[in-house]
Design a protein around this ligand. Structure first.
Ligand SMILES: [Zn+2]
Length: 241
């Protein structure tokens, strides 16, 4: 143990830490994608539900209109009956003409209302069909989305377990590192989408793919001190073949 320089130990620990970090970043992104997929499906169902509610409301309004028309027709009918009764008891020609016109006007009004009612009933029927159709489609979509979401949930369970494992592992490794080095790692990782420790191949940093100065490359190859890439600040290492 004593004959291994502490910097070499550090770089080995940092590589392990990076391996865990890389997996954590990857799994988090996979899980995030699944979450987005799930919420997109939920959004789709919500939109469809809103459309269904709208159709139901339109149908309900149309039904109300029909109901109002039927009531008005009934009222006009009552008026016609009353006018006819009055007509039978009139004493003067003037009164006769007056009630006759009343009956006539009300009959015309009733005709107009009945024509409108036919149109409105037709409309109501169409809207009812639309509600039934949308309801059927909604039910199908709901079943489909429900099973899709369950499928996604199943897929994420394994990833979540793996993520927990890596997080635990990362914490364990982190405890063996000097806190200031751990801070340095976290800072660089945050700046570089989770990639803080990278290999150098043929004088090229595998983090930013820029050339590093030859003298620095030699130092990295020696592995006796922690070298940062002058371009991206990532901690560099070199694997000896
Ligand atoms: Zn670099």
């Amino acid at each position: 143990m004593n004959d291994i320089p502490s910097q070499v130990q550090d770089i080995e620990t940092l590589i392990k830490l990076q391996e865990a970090e890389t997996e954590i970043v990857r799994l988090k992104s996979v899980l995030e994608k699944f979450e987005k997929e799930k919420s997109k499906l939920g959004e789709k169902l919500k939109q469809f539900s809103t459309a269904l509610e709208e159709n139901k409301e339109n149908f309900s309004k149309a039904a109300d209109v029909c109901h109002d028309l039927e009531r008005e027709i009934q009222m006009v009918d009552d008026r016609i009956v009353k006018s006819n009764e009055k007509l039978r008891m009139v004493k003067t020609n003037k009164e006769y003409q007056l009630f006759l016109r009343e009956v006539d006007d009300n009959k015309k009004r009733k005709d107009a209302l009945e024509t409108e009612l036919i149109e409105r009933l037709d409309e109501k029927e169409k809207l009812e069909g639309k509600v039934q159709e949308t309801q059927k489609e909604f039910n199908l979509l709901e079943t489909q989305i429900d099973s899709d979401q369950k499928e996604i949930e199943k897929k994420t369970i394994e990833d979540r377990e793996m993520l927990d494992e890596y997080l635990e592992n990362q914490a364990k490794i982190g405890k063996t590192l000097d806190p200031s080095l751990m801070n340095r790692f976290n800072k660089i990782s945050k700046m570089n989408q989770g990639l803080a420790v990278v290999n150098v191949k043929n004088e090229v940093c595998m983090g930013c793919f820029m050339n590093i100065p030859p003298q620095l490359y030699i130092e990295v190859q020696r592995g006796k001190s922690l070298i940062s890439c002058p371009q991206c600040s990532r901690i560099l290492y070199h694997i000896k073949k």
